[in-house]
Ligand binder design. Sequence first.
Ligand SMILES: NC(=O)c1ccc[n+]([C@@H]2O[C@H](COP(=O)([O-])OP(=O)(O)OC[C@H]3O[C@@H](n4cnc5c(N)ncnc54)[C@H](OP(=O)(O)O)[C@@H]3O)[C@@H](O)[C@H]2O)c1
Length: 275
Amino acid sequence: MQGKVALITGASSGIGRAVAVRLAGLGVRIALAARTEATLREVADEIQHDGGHALIVPTDVTEAEACRRAVERTVEQFGQLDILLCSAGVSMRAAFEQTSLEAIERVMRINFLGTLYPTWHAIPHVKTTRGSLVAVSSLVGRRGTPTYAVYGASKFAVQGLYESLRVELAEHGVHVGIVSPGHVATPLRQRVLGPDGQPWTTPPPVPFRVWPVERVVDRLVRLLQRRQAEALIPGFVKPMLGLEQFLGPWLGDWIIARQFRRHPLPPHDKERKPT
Ligand SMILES: NC(=O)c1ccc[n+]([C@@H]2O[C@H](COP(=O)([O-])OP(=O)(O)OC[C@H]3O[C@@H](n4cnc5c(N)ncnc54)[C@H](OP(=O)(O)O)[C@@H]3O)[C@@H](O)[C@H]2O)c1
């Protein structure tokens, strides 16, 4: 890791921030991207205080041109790009039929296009360094889950993009990895969007265990060091998905539906009427 250069989106908070600090401690020079400049500055100060190198590149990942500038600025400053980590994202929980189309489009723009744009601009650089492209997806990007139709679809899209790139870029020596966590204890949990695209005033209860962010950081760093294709957190989900290939979806559907019935969404006042 020593001497490498990473551009991290979503670096102002949660997983992106924690990975930035960890990688900087391993000697990686970090470009920090997100929209909130003041928070990026805090992360950069923390890294520099500990002797690391950090650059802030305020970026809205839904703008392709801003993503191009973030990549170019990173290479101008540090001379190369070895790792792109796409962690910027928003979560949504809502019944699909009650979700506004504007809110759906916004989630797709941030989570899917917000991964695709920086990736597209980074590819020529990571081909030169034979580096890594890593996306933070989600377990709901691997398995259909009620109330996560839109968020899950955005992450299935990321999964499809990155799986294809893994094969497409292998001959250029580029490592492509996807990290898919379950619920993680980050500020995202307080800003989960509802069906109108606004954060729930009381965040919905989580149907499964919430994992500490350090668990994701450890696994993500291991994926980078070993150039692995995939990391599921917790790891026991992988054999469960394998088993489902044999059995079909009925058992998984039953377990998930039961868990979600026990932890229902808060009522939402705007029922959508048939048009
Ligand atoms: N926490 C979980 O339970 C969980 C579980 C599975 C997967 N994930 C995924 O993990 C990733 C990181 O989530 P987290 O838990 O670390 O969330 P978080 O603490 O809320 O951080 C999200 C980051 O994304 C940035 N962001 C949001 N919209 C952006 C935009 N338009 N342009 C640029 N940056 C933007 C935010 O910064 P600004 O607001 O400053 O722009 C922030 O830095 C996300 O992709 C999420 O879907 C999280």
